[in-house]
Design a protein around this ligand. Structure first.
Ligand SMILES: C[S@@+](CC[C@H](N)C(=O)[O-])C[C@H]1O[C@@H](n2cnc3c(N)ncnc32)[C@H](O)[C@@H]1O
Length: 206
């Protein structure tokens, strides 16, 4: 699925606000500005926030319109960052020594085999002691249960809903600093709906 249609609107489809959960982890664990990757950056809300804090951000986004929007917004704000308009596995070969990676509801838009390769690649590019903040949709999501009255209008585009503890198990060779699964209301886009989510904050062992 290509997100161009969603990103063609004047406003940012998935909200202008960066992830508060990501910010809390950065503060709590005193993650200093470093090389960072925003995997599936969308229209750049998290990339721009991280870059404004001094992180050296590479935003990876396959939607041409999303990638262009991130570049324009960075230029307008005078915030330097790098945008790669490609899918993660086509872009990641050039990356290494990354101190922080965020992937906010992007892994669920990949087929399972691609997710496995992506997670291996994330583990390669993160430097020892580096961090990941990942959020995915789970099988508790109304979209998985085809309860479409309570599901996001984007739910039909999700390719993989994560099973209980699946995301955590993928990172069992990292130090898990925070992990939670929960259901949350979302009023940021489309009709009011719910999401089943898992979020993980973890550190690669030294
Ligand atoms: C639900 S959007 C979330 C966007 C952004 N992370 C946010 O929270 O605003 C999912 C994003 O993942 C991107 N995506 C899907 N497959 C991808 C892949 N293979 N590599 C990188 N990004 C991908 C989509 O283009 C889309 O922008």
């Amino acid at each position: 699925m290509n997100f161009d249609d969603f990103y063609s609107r004047k406003y940012s489809y998935f909200s202008e606000e960066h992830s508060g959960g990501m910010e809390e982890c950065l503060i709590e664990y005193k993650v200093n500005p470093c090389s960072a990757v925003d995997l599936g950056a969308g229209e750049g809300r998290n990339s721009l926030f991280l870059a404004s804090l001094g992180f050296n951000v590479t935003a990876i986004e396959p939607s041409k319109i999303g990638a262009k929007k991130i570049e324009l917004r960075a230029q307008e704000s005078g915030i330097p960052l790098t945008v790669i308009n490609n899918d993660f596995l086509s872009a990641s070969g050039k990356l290494s020594d990354i101190g922080f990676l965020v992937a906010l509801t992007s892994l669920d838009h990949m087929e399972f085999g691609y997710i496995c390769k992506t997670i291996n690649e994330i583990k390669r590019i993160i430097k020892p002691g580096g961090y990941v903040y990942i959020m995915v949709f789970t099988e508790d999501d109304p979209g998985f249960k085809k309860d479409l009255d309570n599901a996001s209008e984007c739910s039909l585009f999700i390719k993989h809903y994560f099973k209980k503890n699946e995301l955590k198990k993928f990172f069992d060779d990292f130090e898990i600093l925070k992990y939670a699964e929960y259901i949350k209301v979302d009023e940021l886009h489309g009709p009011k709906h719910y999401h089943g989510k898992a979020k993980l904050f973890a550190r690669k062992l030294l």
